[in-house]
Design a protein around this ligand. Sequence first.
Ligand code: UDX
Length: 434
Amino acid sequence: MRVAMIGTGYVGLVSGACFADFGHVVTCVDKDAGKIDRLNRGEIPIFEPGLDALVAQNVEAGRLAFTTEAKDAIAEADAVFIAVGTPSRRGDGHADLSYVYAAAKEIAELMDGFTVVVTKSTVPVGTGDEVEAIIRETNPDADFAVVSNPEFLREGAAIKDFKIPDRVVVGTDSERAREVMRELYRPLFLNETPILFTSRRTSELIKYAANAFLAVKITFINEMADLCEAVGANVQEVSRGIGLDGRIGRKFLNAGPGYGGSCFPKDTLALTKTANDAGCPVRIVDTVVEVNAARKRAMADKVIKAMGGDVNGKTIGVLGLAFKPNTDDMRDAPSLDIIPALTEAGAKVIAYDPESMHEAEKLLSGLDYAESAYEAIDGADAMVIITEWDQFRALDLDRVKTSLKSDIVVDLRNIYSPEDMAKRGFTYISVGRP
Ligand code: UDX
């Protein structure tokens, strides 16, 4: 199959490289000439484990190319994927669909022969109808079908999630389009991956419902963690105790500083907007959005309390800035709420993150950056873990003890054992554990 991928952001790049690796011929198109130049030089603009090698192999094999010229890519394609950004619109929180609609118009002008137009970007229910109307209006003779095919890729594990997914969801009423989609995902059928064919609107909603449900799960366990702290219980054991019930499931029950990232905050908010507009509010998701935002802010107070209620003039070594490990993504990261609150309270913050400091520098000011975890905490009054990178789990805790001026460790990701930390003489504060 020939595939055109419009947008070389996170989703477009990973999906394009993986489809090429499935044996299809993929052209990734982006208007950003600088980005395309870099990709053509073999530079990958995001940090995603394994992506650089996957791109290089498939470029080398002649199955993957990058261009700013949409014309041939779209004309030759059996399937054109729209994988452009859908950021939250400033002011009202609705998804901004202007990039999706611009892509639809361009595709309409350039398509040739039967073409399946696939929305990969996360788009509100009904967007496929709008894309179809735009194409029809721009090119009344076009032979096409619009399909919703949401992605469920986790940053840091995106290639695995693409190649060994729990399921593939395809929303369309067109049998011809279904055939093309089956062919595109054919290698997955060897692993017996379920492919779920639904209507387009249902498929669009599945994506939001999945992300909102996961956000509910995380927020639920975060509130249980607070309750554990209040009543002297252990949230990790609560997670295990409830998660072993197959109806609940063990995943996504790690308490922490609140969810962040490019999807959950944006998608939960967009879902509440869609639901309100439809006159059918999803109050549980409204509450989750509110509780999660408040939690991120509350984490700074937790640190201040752990340091005796006053951080003015004190130094805090912060480990981890990205919204989660194995990514350099800082979007809606808890660190963006926690660090400004600490510096406003008069603390001097020295931060270290293995991958995201270049991103953090654009978003955070009033702090210093260190070259390593040990440098960040050297002489500090407290060490605060915000992101659970493996290298922080593996720190030499004896060295940490001698590096810190005090013995305070605030661990917002529960990466150390409270018993072990107590034995080593730390004043150790984690999330939802005695
Ligand atoms: C998410 C979804 O998992 C993916 O399917 C979707 O399509 C895109 O959004 P991603 O944002 O990359 O992926 O990260 P994910 O691993 O889901 O984590 C999201 C946030 O939740 C992170 O801030 C993470 O730290 C937090 N989280 C996750 C928890 O606090 N506890 C958990 O148990 C799991």
